[in-house]
Design a protein around this ligand. Structure first.
Ligand code: PLP
Length: 505
């Protein structure tokens, strides 16, 4: 279907900015040159000889309106509930944004000398201390720019530790055990750090199969395990201490994917469970904004034993002064330019300070309570694949609805009509037609009830009028997209005179 050129409310039907172009229209005028033209000093082969074509010629108001209109197509956490499981789309307090915009933080140049950056270094140092306290792991680097990079940093620490401990023999210890339900980044990080991945099976209750774990350890060569707790089906690994013991006895180290720390902060500490390395997602648990590939922060926390391998520079304190230490001989080196995404650190510390220890614990308890409430309310309507009480996210499948022809994707699309962002769908892969619902602590009772009601209504629609659900969404600018074609044959380039069309199913 082409974007229709019919008269509609402008926000309903915003075309491409190229379509607004009027030859000769401009939004900005450069001042007259007051120096000689430098055309001659630019070598001929570097000069462009064609006209700039295909650039939209628009006025300032055209640009402002175009992007403002498009922005109204977005769904965001500021608009409503965003129960995207495993992503922890919690509300970000405006206070954190305000703090990050304090000029001294926002405008500080990363190459400013240490003595002029004492406040920023102190902030980094204090955040490191707080995260060490929260995780029970004393070594912290805030450098990684995302969860996945925190993972890679963490497994590189494991690799560096084993190389130092075992010398030549370390090359025979290259197996990383990863549960089959793991986030896809886990096996990717392990492979990047030179490990071979072996999958650990899950039990019918959604927990790590301990017998299989022992069996894999007995095969030898185990460098470690990467597991998530609560795991990706939202259940707490109750045998966590035993898992750590088995791995340690096999000579390996324990990596915990801490993206799900929203279920643990202030209540339980991975370091106390026997975990050696963890990454956190400040852009999930510690409230800083995420999505759209924007800046994130995936701190890597580890035991004192592993701290010598953490990235440089290290932010350290001597007396009352903070300084950067580049002289750490066993460090794996730098993983990110400068010191990481500093703005995220400001927001995270602001979040921690505004909550305090009590508040952080309360946030965790509320996150779990909210997920359990949704889990309990929907368990008679939607198939719940595991018996156990969930932690911060509730998992369901489409098993009760498929006989009407309605699947998880359709339910997700129909939720959009009810004003909700869909939950995470078809992940984790171990549950067929999974719907992973994570309300977070920043949702009140009314929103939870409205969500539950919407899910129940959709189940009723699936039985009474399945076509309504199969054709959803009905309330959006563009209806059901052919997502496979959109992903496989994306039209990413506008060409002058080309028929611009948006394919829909
Ligand atoms: C989000 C997430 C990651 C990856 O974090 P990014 O910041 O997106 O790289 C890893 N593991 C789990 C369990 C996650 O939920």
């Amino acid at each position: 279907m082409s974007i229709k050129k019919v008269t509609q409310h402008p926000t309903q039907n915003e075309g491409l900015i190229f379509e607004r172009s009027q030859t000769g229209r401009i939004g900005y005028r450069l001042p007259k040159l007051d120096v000689p033209e430098t055309a001659d000093v630019v070598p001929a082969e570097l000069r462009r000889d064609d006209d700039l074509i295909g650039v939209p010629e628009v006025s300032e108001i055209d640009v402002v309106r175009h992007f403002t209109r498009i922005s109204t197509w977005n769904y965001s956490i500021d608009l409503g509930m965003y129960p995207l499981g495993s992503c922890t789309m919690k509300y970000n307090s405006r206070l954190n944004e305000k703090t990050a915009r304090i000029a001294g933080f926002a405008n500080l140049h990363p190459l400013a000398p240490e003595e002029e950056s004492q406040g920023a270094l102190e902030l980094i140092y204090k955040l490191q201390e707080d995260l060490a306290e929260i995780t029970g792991l004393p070594g912290v680097s805030l450098q990684p720019a995302a969860g996945a990079q925190g993972e890679m940093t963490g497994v590189m620490l494991i690799r560096a530790f084993l190389d130092k401990r075992d010398g030549e023999a370390s090359k025979d210890r290259r197996v990383m055990l990863i549960p089959e339900s793991a986030h896809g980044t886990n096996p990717a990080s392990a492979a990047l750090a030179g490990f071979t991945v072996k999958a650990i099976r899950a039990t019918a209750e959604g927990l790590t199969d301990m017998d299989h774990l022992r069996e894999l350890c007995a095969q030898g060569g185990v460098a470690g395990v990467m597991f998530t707790n609560p795991n990706t089906v939202g259940i707490f690994e109750k045998d966590i201490k035993e898992i750590c013991n088995i791995i340690h006895e096999a000579g390996g180290l324990v990596y915990m994917d801490g993206a799900n720390m929203n279920a643990l902060v202030g209540v339980a500490r991975p370091g106390d469970m026997g975990v050696d390395v963890i990454h956190l997602n400040l852009h999930k648990t510690f409230s800083t904004p995420h999505g759209g590939g924007g800046p994130g922060c995936g701190p890597c926390c580890c035991t004192a034993e592993l701290a010598e391998f953490l990235p440089v520079p290290r932010v350290e304190k001597s007396g009352e002064r903070y300084h950067l230490n580049y002289d750490v001989p066993n460090s794996i080196g730098r993983v990110k330019a400068f010191f990481g995404n500093f703005g995220m650190m400001v927001r995270a510390l602001s979040y921690i300070y505004t909550h305090g220890a009590e508040g952080l614990r309360e946030a965790t308890e509320t996150a779990v309570l909210n997920a359990r409430y949704v889990g309990e309310q929907l368990k008679d309507t939607y198939h719940k694949p595991y018996e156990s009480d969930c932690m911060h996210e509730a998992i369901f499948s489409h098993k009760n609805q498929t006989r009407t022809g309605v699947h998880t994707l359709d339910i997700a699309k129909r939720l959009i009509d009810y004003g909700f962002h869909p939950p995470t769908v078809y992940f984790p892969l171990v549950v067929e037609g999974a719907m992973l619902i994570e309300p977070t602590e920043s949702v009140g009772r009314q929103d939870l009830d409205a969500f539950v009601e919407a899910m129940k209504d959709i189940d009723r629609e699936a039985r009474e009028n399945p076509q309504l659900v199969l054709d959803a969404p009905h309330s959006t600018r563009i209806g059901r997209l052919d997502e496979a074609t959109a992903a496989r044959k994306p039209i990413l380039r506008w060409k002058p005179d080309s028929e611009v069309s948006v394919k829909t199913a």
